[in-house]
Design a protein around this ligand. Structure first.
Ligand code: URA
Length: 227
């Protein structure tokens, strides 16, 4: 039988190697239930508004030079279900809201397919500023944005995250497996269930894949029922 001390040593070693792994990925801060002091001796949980304020007129990466707006994310601060896409496109950059273009209209329908509305869920992206010509986000851009997404997640505390597309799934799950292998399966991110599915923009190009997304959404609806 392992002694309590041995178990604690093992836990510390595991935690240390996990933190080293995150550091290697460029993640230098972790989400935490941060407290802010209202008045001396008092404290409250941080809100999305606090996270937005901390982000400010962000110039942490080069995308600030070409973006029009910061697309922070929107929806229910207490959402059970959160959708995380890749990054803003043209329409999102203009309007300052996530998923409002053609892919966004399809996402709205996907959400409605399980009898939810956009207002009931929370929608965000891996990065908050549009990359020029909608190119893929670069590692330094993801790295700078990641702490803010993780803070949003820690404020919202969703039960389920639907990762939309390869970039979202790879960043959240720290894997480079193919989205075809990842989709529809259940993963764990710090106690939150993560289900990757295809990105709505991919579905616009490959409508025959909608059926698989429908299967994934049914799984999500079932999970919500059990919450
Ligand atoms: N694609 C995304 O990944 N996010 C958006 O907000 C819009 C399109």
């Amino acid at each position: 039988m392992e002694s309590m001390d041995q178990k604690i040593d093992e836990m510390i070693a595991d935690l240390k190697s996990y933190l080293e792994y995150l550091k290697g990925m460029g993640i230098v801060s972790l989400p935490a239930y941060e407290m802010k002091a209202d008045e001396p001796g008092q404290s409250t949980m941080i809100t999305l508004e606090d996270v937005r304020k901390e982000l400010g007129d962000c110039k942490r990466c080069k995308l600030h030079r070409t973006r029009k707006t910061i697309v922070f994310g929107e929806g229910n601060e207490k959402a059970t279900l959160m959708f995380i896409g890749e990054g803003p496109g043209y329409d999102e950059d203009v309007q300052g809201r996530p998923f409002v273009g053609k892919a966004g209209q399809l996402l709205t329908k996907i959400i409605q397919s399980i009898n939810l509305s956009r207002e009931e869920v929370y929608i965000a992206n891996i990065i908050k500023c549009r990359p020029p010509q909608n190119r893929n986000p670069e590692p330094d851009e993801i790295q700078n944005c990641h702490p803010f997404l993780m803070k949003q997640i820690s404020v919202i505390q969703p039960k389920i995250i639907c990762a939309l597309g390869t970039f979202s799934a790879h960043t959240l799950l720290k894997t480079d497996a193919k989205i075809t292998a990842l989709r529809g399966k259940l993963y764990n991110l710090e106690g939150i269930k993560v289900i990757p599915t295809y990105h709505p923009a991919f579905l616009l190009r490959n409508p025959e894949k909608k059926r698989e997304v429908w299967e994934d959404m049914k799984k999500i609806a079932e999970l919500i029922q059990t919450q």
